[in-house]
Design a protein around this ligand. Sequence first.
Ligand SMILES: [Zn+2]
Length: 126
Amino acid sequence: MKKLKSYWWQSHPDEEHGLAVVHYNIREAKSMAYSHWGSEIGFDDVEFTDQTIKWQKDVDLSKLKDKTPHVIDDYKEGLILGMYSFIEGENDCDKCGMCMDYVSQENVINDEIICDDCLEKGDSNE
Ligand SMILES: [Zn+2]
């Protein structure tokens, strides 16, 4: 049986941003990420030969909602699963609803994303 794996794709080795993608093998993951990037962002700044991809061995895919090959464009899900080390954009704190522009692994607690304010309050209550 084919098993899904988690991959980390970058348009260029020096690029900080990238895409998490789940697929059965690295070759198909690479072409899926590349065409997703092209349709969302454009091919202008990415050469096919510059792209890099690697297997993320430590990701537990059992909690993945969609078990078919796809690019993880639900960034919050990807962050919680550990595929993204940080995400940018508008994400709400699961405790207070405050909108955050930047969320890192430090904000992930028990499969929820928690803002820095709530994290501090949580600490002081203990
Ligand atoms: Zn909060």
